[in-house]
Design a protein around this ligand. Structure first.
Ligand SMILES: [Zn+2]
Length: 110
């Protein structure tokens, strides 16, 4: 499926947390070999939260290095992050517990 398009900046998610609130999927695609992983937004947000990383969508790609490119081609390939409606294909990351997620939602609303 193509990336989700939003009518304007105001409606577009700005962070992994926003993507979780909307229930979409985060797709990370290698710009060199086209390998793609789709993440559950809650699990990916939780990873960023625990490591103290900025979860703004413009910053997320910086945290990804394509493993296949770094081993086979010995180069660090850049990634592209998009928001899609396809189901996640990566289940390596744990989700936060319900209470942690709810507390984060509350915090961002105030
Ligand atoms: Zn790659």
């Amino acid at each position: 499926m193509p990336p989700i398009e939003y009518p304007d900046e105001f409606h577009a998610p700005r962070s992994l947390h926003d993507v979780g609130m909307r229930g979409h999927t985060v797709e990370v695609r290698c710009l060199v070999c086209d390998r793609c992983r789709r993440f559950d937004p809650y699990a990916l947000w939780w990873l960023f939260e625990q490591r103290g990383w900025n979860d703004k969508l413009t910053q997320v790609a910086k945290r990804f290095k394509c493993l296949s490119c770094s081993i086979v081609r010995r180069r660090v390939a850049r990634s592209l992050v998009t928001i899609v409606d396809d189901p996640p294909n990566d289940d390596t990351l744990p989700r936060p517990d319900e209470r942690t997620w709810r507390a984060s939602v509350k915090r961002r609303r105030t």
